[in-house]
Each structure stands twice: as structure tokens, then as C-alpha cells.
Design a binder for this molecule. Structure first.
Ligand code: NDP
Length: 277
């Protein structure tokens, strides 16, 4: 029987993960299946029971998406450092009766920025907008890329400050509100990790933060030119991208972790990219 994998979320109809992992399996010749499971929202233990049933039926691993990332974190037996900082996971491996948990969102994001978009972060000024789950998962991989400075701006400043305080890199990291950004000059990379674009909104970021020779990255994907990316483009930024590359790179990390072989991502990114027009 083929090795079994799945993604669990609710709703799950929109997921691209079965397609992505199916293409990876084809390319690397792995004998596996990967399906989407709509996880139950209630009763309280129903999510945990669904995961346990999948394990009992021989499941080898799972991706986890909203709204289950915290519950999956709580039920896991072992967690990586970046998953612990995030307090949330997006991938699980089932081995010898144990649930090992990882969060590949941040590494996927950094890989897309540095490898695919050719924007190395070492020594650069990086601005991250937002302080939600995606940023929690991204901070350690961002720090590992050795930027010169990381500013985390959020509407709820205390949330950003709380996050920065948890990370032992205070010389590198600082938190602020949007009002402070007007006097901070240009950043080499501006990352919109808010969920504003999901409702067609723009976080209150001044256009003075963009550098024409730098980059602007939108974590949301499949939405074309969002208000954030339009602002960046109007400010003359040449390298603008959405989060489809992050989605595929985090999937590749999980695939390599499960199967021990790293798939190629370029063709899959090209296939799933919605043009930024
Ligand atoms: P969360 O709900 O955890 O956090 C949302 C963040 O957005 C908060 O910081 C919130 O600020 C901020 N926010 C929401 N609306 C606005 C607004 N109108 N103006 C300014 N700030 C706003 O979301 P996640 O961190 O999980 O996800 C963030 C984004 O990343 C989403 O678009 C999601 O789709 C995307 N994503 C993409 C992935 C990929 O693979 N490409 C993977 C994971 C996420 P406050 O705290 O002040 O309320």
C-alpha cells in the first residue's frame, strides 16, 4: 500500500496541497497518496480523534492549516524550536507512536525570498508588517538569514513587542506601531504578513518605507496585485511577489522531511502563480 499523507483544515476546499504534493511525488517517484481532510470543528476533541484515526489507519504525516495549528501543536509529542516559538505547527510526522511537529512556513518564506526572488537578506533592513501566527513562525528563520535589522510593525503594538521580547535577538529586532514608520527611512525588504489583503485592505504603511532597488513581499496569494503590492509598485519597487512561492517552498520542506528527497519547486511555482496584474 502507498504511504498515506493528508492536509487537515476547515474549510479545506480551497487547498492546493494535494496538487502540490502530487506533483512532488510524481517528480521524485515516491509511492504515496496525499488527500485533503475537512477536520471537524466540534465537539472539542473531534480534531484530535480525526488525527488519531488517520494515524491508526497507517498515516505517515499531515499538514495542518487553519483553524487547527494550535490544537495540533498541543497534541504533538516533540516540537522544533521554531514551532515552539510560533506556538503553532503546520506539519506533523508520525513515527513509532509519536507525533513530531514542525513549522515550515518561515523557512519556506525565507527560501522563496532568497533563492527564488534573489533577495539575500544578510545585512539588509527588513520590515515585517503584522504580528500574527505567520510572523511567529517566520521570526527565527528570518534571524537565521542574518539581516542587519528587523522591524516588526503591528496595529496592536503590544502584540509585536511581546513577540520580539520572546526572541533572544534584541540588538537586531524591534517592534513599533505604524505611526513610527514614517521616520524610519527605506527598507530593503518589506513583508506584508498581515491578513489585510484577504479583505482587500491595506495596512497603514507609508510608501516612504519602500526602496526601488529592494523588494516587497505579500504573504497572501492568488489575489493578483493586492493594495499592498500596488503601493510598492507605485513606489518604484521592481521585485514584488505574493506568497505562492512560500506555500510551495514550505510544502517542499515538509516533503523532504517526510520522504528524505527534496523536490524541484520552480515548475510547480510557475504552474500555480496567478499573474500580478
Ligand atoms: P493572523 O490572524 O494570525 O494575524 C493577522 C495579522 O494581520 C495581525 O497582526 C493583525 O493585526 C493584522 N491585520 C489584520 N487586518 C489588518 C489591517 N486591516 N491592517 C493592518 N493589520 C491588519 O494571521 P496569519 O499570521 O496566520 O496570516 C497572515 C497572512 O499570511 C494571511 O494573509 C495568510 O493568508 C498569509 N499566510 C500565507 C501563507 C503562505 O504559505 N503563503 C502561510 C500562512 C499565512 P492586529 O494584531 O493589530 O490585529
Amino acid at each position: 500500500m502507498s504511504d498515506r499523507y493528508a492536509v487537515i483544515g476547515n474549510p479545506i476546499g480551497h487547498t492546493k496541497s494535494p496538487l502540490i504534493h502530487g506533483l512532488f511525488a510524481q517528480e521524485t517517484g515516491q509511492d504515496m497518496t496525499y488527500v485533503a481532510i475537512e477536520g471537524p470543528l466540534e465537539p472539542e476533541n473531534a480534531f484530535v480523534d480525526t488525527v488519531r484515526e488517520f494515524i491508526a489507519a497507517g498515516g505517515k504525516g499531515m499538514n495542518v492549516t487553519a483553524p487547527f495549528k494550535l490544537q495540533a501543536f498541543a497534541m504533538s509529542d516533540e516540537r522544533s524550536e521554531r514551532a515552539t516559538l510560533a506556538g503553532a505547527i503546520n506539519a506533523m510526522k508520525f513515527e513509532d507512536g509519536r507525533i513530531i511537529a514542525e513549522n515550515f512556513d518561515g523557512v519556506g518564506l525565507v527560501r522563496d525570498i532568497e533563492e527564488n526572488l534573489h533577495q539575500p537578506m544578510a545585512g539588509k533592513r527588513v520590515l515585517i508588517l503584522g504580528a500574527g501566527g505567520a510572523v511567529r513562525g517566520a521570526l527565527l528563520p528570518f534571524i537565521a538569514a542574518r539581516p542587519g535589522e528587523i522591524v516588526v510593525a503591528n496595529r496592536d503594538v503590544e502584540k509585536a513587542e511581546g513577540l520580539v521580547d520572546q526572541v533572544m535577538a534584541r540588538d537586531l529586532l524591534r517592534a513599533c506601531g505604524y505611526h513610527a514608520l514614517g521616520s524610519m527611512g527605506q527598507f530593503d525588504l518589506v513583508v506584508n504578513a498581515t491578513s489585510a489583503s484577504l479583505t482587500g485592505q491595506l495596512p497603514p504603511v507609508p510608501s516612504s518605507v519602500f526602496s526601488p532597488t529592494g523588494g516587497a513581499y505579500e504573504l497572501a496569494y492568488g489575489k493578483g496585485l493586492t493594495p499592498f503590492l500596488r503601493l510598492a509598485r507605485d513606489a518604484g519597487v521592481r521585485t514584488v511577489a505574493d506568497g505562492v512561492g512560500m506555500l510551495i517552498e514550505q510544502a517542499a520542506e515538509a516533503f523532504a522531511w517526510w520522504r528524505g528527497v527534496r523536490p524541484q519547486t520552480r515548475a510547480v511555482i510557475d504552474r500555480l502563480t496567478v499573474p500580478l496584474t
